[in-house]
Design a protein around this ligand. Structure first.
Ligand code: ZN
Ligand code: FE
Length: 259
């Protein structure tokens, strides 16, 4: 989940926490878009100078809602060559988990940016999907992340390849399985043009068959989105064969049954 600090979301951690308590959730995690060494990298992430404010805001939320467990996390863009920077961020706080996400493929294009649909129109969809999954597979192999975020993100605007993408999914999932990296069900996809969760049922079945761990995320960008569609998400996980999911504390994993 995100806060006002990334410039495209609303609310403080305590606003997210208030909504979580209303819903009866026992544990949440906030995973702001990670800072880059230079704040002008793009317009949709937390500034490095705001890291302390972020962590203090998480503590404020814990103080306001002491019965709710609130995990400190980041959603970290995986870019080749950024490994040392990601380790630098990891050393700045006792984080509970890092979600590794790919938004940028080659050429510095963030493929989920609604302002850059021209790039989708100019390129072959399969080429984009395969470049994305190549980078996502490297993210899983990097050892830097507990969870890989919204794994089939390229479907967001429905530029679907006319070639079978299952081999791309399988290569990624084989690496995730071997490296013990989880994926998330991210319900935000339901609120995008693709109108389905990330990832698809087909993808989840391949993941479950390989024993790839699972977490649940609303990817809330405002308090009203906390926990959205989680009942459906659990049903989807079960349909794909999952019987449990994972929780993280101080980057250590715990397995929790699905009901
Ligand atoms: Zn965001
Ligand atoms: Fe993301």
């Amino acid at each position: 989940m995100h806060t006002h600090l990334c410039h495209h979301a609303e609310g403080l951690p305590k606003d997210l926490a208030r909504r979580a308590v209303e819903l009866g959730l026992s544990e949440i995690g906030v995973s702001e878009h990670n800072p880059m060494p230079n704040d002008d990298f793009d317009q949709w992430r937390m500034y490095l100078s705001k890291l302390e404010e972020y962590l203090a805001a998480l503590d404020d939320a814990r103080a306001a809602f002491p019965d709710l467990r609130i995990r400190s996390a980041l959603e970290v863009d995986y870019l080749p060559g950024h490994e040392d920077w990601i380790r630098n961020l990891a050393g700045r706080h006792e984080w509970d988990y890092f979600i590794g996400s790919v938004h940028y493929i080659d050429g510095g294009w963030d493929i989920d940016n609604p302002g850059k649909l021209d790039q989708w129109r100019a390129r072959d969809a399969y080429d984009v999907w395969s470049a994305y999954f190549e980078r996502l597979t490297a993210a899983a192999d990097s050892g830097l992340f507990e969870i890989i975020g919204h794994p089939d993100l390229p479907k967001k605007f429905r530029f679907m390849p006319n070639r079978d993408c299952v081999p791309l999914f399988e290569r990624f999932l084989d690496v995730a399985s071997a490296r013990g990296v989880a994926i998330e069900i991210n319900t935000a996809g339901l609120r995008k043009d693709c109108r389905e969760m990330y990832p698809s049922l087909e993808f989840l079945k391949l993941a479950s068959a390989r024993g790839v761990g699972l977490t649940f995320g609303s990817d809330a960008h405002q308090p009203g989105e906390v926990g959205m569609n989680f009942v459906d998400a659990v049903a989807l996980a079960k349909e794909a064969g999952y019987r449990d999911c994972l929780r993280f504390e101080k980057r250590r994993v715990r397995r929790v049954p699905l009901d």
